[in-house]
Write a protein that binds this ligand. Sequence first.
Ligand SMILES: [Zn+2]
Length: 485
Amino acid sequence: MKFLIAGFYHESNTFSPILTKKEDFIEVEGEELLDYFPGAVHAFRAAGAEVVPCTFAGWMSSGVIEEEAYRYYVDKIVAQIREQKNISGIWLQLHGAIYAENIGCGELFMLRKIRKAVGYEIPIAIGMDPHGNLSPDITKYANILRAYHTAPHEDQQDTYRITAEALIDFALRGVKITPAFVRLPMLLCGDTALTRDEPLRSVIARFKKMEAEGEAACASFFISMHSANTENTYPAVVIVPRKPEDYHRAMARAREIAEEIYERRHEFRFEGDLVKPQEAVDMACDSEAYPVVISDSGDNTTAGATGMNTYFLKLFLDKGDFHGKKVLISTIYDKRAYMLLKDREVGSDFDIMLGAGVDEWSQPVPIRGTIKAKGATLVYHPMRSGLRTFAGGLITVSIGDLDITISEVADSFTDMEQCEVGNFKAEDYDIIVVKQAYQFPDLVKFAKKQIIALTPGATYQDLAAIREQYTKLPWTLWPFQGNDK
Ligand SMILES: [Zn+2]
């Protein structure tokens, strides 16, 4: 048996004003690619199969991909697949929310080209991120789909193993399987859909049972990626039956689970207090519990926002008096401001404009103060779970009781290791503003109080309030319609 491995990883935020270019992507080929997917590779090798790596490219969540860039990678992957003879199956890692300029749904575009090259006789499996906006048409081209069962994501390799095992099984038995796919008539805010909370906790437990007991090869819930105006921005339940004749049973089960999730839609809630930005600033300064972590949720870089917004900075500058509290805004991405400061001495004064000015939310603000420290940013590798990578420089500046970290790249403060690398101490502050919506475990542990501020930006969280921006979705969707909030 011979299995090909390829992939493309990108969560495209259509509300970001910045297109993602070819040079932004990390590209791996050959043996190096196999290091990214040990879950799948071990499964293939354990079955005595040959594994052929093609190309895998990806980047962190950001704006829509330039047409030329996406065509380049798809053409490259398809050409590599076409070169191979006697293929038993193709295993892909695709994010699920790939969206390219003038192309639209990136997954469909790639899969159609692959099927054109190899026909429909061999099975295709895809390991995916649950924040995917899937077209129902994906089931015409792929036989196996599975999303990670965790958000925040921790079980990527399990998904890769399970999909690879199903691919081997389908190839050996020569069965042609169509996944059962059911969409939910709702726009779901991904930051309210964590698998540690209900209703997803029990839904995932049910999926695990179905997979363990053999009722399904794979069972998944695609939460969707809400910061994208696409024709596919819907959550979906996808169940892959083991046998072609079980398709209708899988469909009935998918429908039943989709209905149950829809019925429980009001249980999707943020983990912290959700308030207007000004209220968040006032609440934090008046809070008796410290430290307070505030989410600048409209500029969540982990969901593709720019990280450039100066909105919160202006609110704190306007407030002026923080009731004796020390505040950190972490972090504002402005390469020009970073370059202006990077060669200056720590302890020296500065007087600059901060704000990249790419849209109305990132307009420059005059700031004057002292350079406090220099360090680096440490970000999660976009395509390799668990791996951290140094991404660029970070400078901490002080304006009285307000400190700001200014970074060379888009970043989000998600864990304490970043303090060490960035050369700042989280415990020095009473209030920390981060470019996130929900918090990662380190910050949950650190915060005595969490506030989610409904700030404007490319990842705005009050979806019903911006329904006019979702021009590709019907207004009959929950929570758009009526007063059914
Ligand atoms: Zn995700």
